[in-house]
Design a protein around this ligand. Structure first.
Ligand code: ATP
Length: 311
């Protein structure tokens, strides 16, 4: 027994350590599982490679979604169609669920029920890499990093040719800026792009997305005020690309919605109305309110639409 005590003690210590390590490993694997990417199907539908360059259409059908955890339901069974090409703007009060629509399209999250389709195919049938390669996503505060404009455009596309870079610089209405800068594309933009204005930073991010020739461009417009030149430039960028790319914008500005082919009004996780700017001005009270406040609609236009309703 005397000889058995030390090895038994060591065994007990080892078992305790093993339990501690096993518990830690199970927590790590739990965390890893939570952060796993959604799976691609074993035999993904070839829809995206078939139609590599064409603008994509998009459909949400009865989509119900809440973020993981015990937060409230964000989308209460939303349905809408976005045809291929053209521009669709989402508007609505803060928290209505507009940006979350983008997260579901990219499969950053999965809806609890309902279907999201691209070109009529459930996006679960598509290869995740191909799906995301078909989508350009420009966030509200899209990162512009220290380095040159060229460095910023080439993130993820290091072998882009001069010709391709010139194409996206022109498409994103950055040509004038690049021509004005002392070293053109090779001008340093400063820490986080601080030498550029907010509108220019967003257009650099748009140009970066366009380099990959996306079939669908998701653009979360910056909420901060832009000067008239930057506002016009963004509007021109969007109208210039809608023949090759379906553009969907979370819009905060009248200058953006006024050029939209269709506007989707969201409120409290529901689709409230869909129409053109003129249709919604005369048919939807919330849209009128948004236009008057958030979007700074000229009073004359509001009075005119109120008069039309009174007719
Ligand atoms: P805004 O115009 O202010 O950007 P929005 O209409 O785009 O608003 P979402 O950003 O889609 O609204 O948010 C919808 C709801 O989901 C909000 O209540 C928000 O707090 C919540 N939410 C957004 N992102 C997350 C997240 N990652 N985890 C948990 N809840 C979230």
């Amino acid at each position: 027994l005397f000889y058995l005590v030390p090895p038994l003690g060591a065994l007990v210590t080892a078992m305790i350590r093993f339990n501690v390590v096993a518990a830690a490993m199970s927590r790590v694997s739990e965390l890893l599982r939570l952060r796993t990417e959604p799976e691609s199907p074993v035999r993904p539908a070839p829809v995206l490679s078939d139609r590599a360059a064409a603008p994509a259409s998009l459909t949400f059908q009865d989509v119900v979604f809440r973020y993981p955890g015990d937060g409230p339901v964000v989308h209460h069974g939303i349905s809408f169609d976005i045809p291929a090409a053209g521009m669709t703007a989402f508007v609505g009060p803060s928290g209505a669920g507009k940006s979350t629509v983008f997260s579901l399209i990219e499969r950053f999250y999965e809806p609890q029920s309902g279907t999201v389709r691209m070109d009529g195919r459930d996006i679960h049938e598509l290869d995740l890499g191909e799906l995301r390669a078909a989508i350009g996503y420009v966030e509200q505060d899209a990162p512009v990093l220290a380095g040159t404009i060229r460095d910023n455009l080439c993130i993820g596309m290091p072998y882009a040719t001069e010709e391709e870079l010139r194409r996206v610089v022109d498409q994103a209405r950055l040509g004038e800026l690049v021509d004005r800068l002392p070293h053109g594309l090779d001008t340093e933009v400063g820490h986080r792009g601080t030498k550029l204005s907010g509108g220019e930073r967003q257009r650099v991010a748009v140009a970066r997305a366009l380099l990959r020739r996306p079939r669908l461009l998701l653009l979360d417009e910056v909420t901060s005020q832009l000067d008239a030149r930057n506002e016009n430039a963004l509007r021109e960028v969007i109208t210039g690309i809608t023949a090759q790319t379906t553009v969907v914008v979370v819009a905060h500005r009248l200058s953006t919605v006024s050029t939209a082919d269709r506007i989707v009004v969201m409120d409290g996780g529901r689709i409230r109305a869909v129409g053109t700017h003129e249709e919604l001005l005369s048919e939807d009270a919330l849209y009128r309110e948004l236009a008057a406040t958030q979007m700074l609609l000229p009073v004359s236009e509001l009075e005119a639409s109120a008069a039309r309703i009174g007719d």
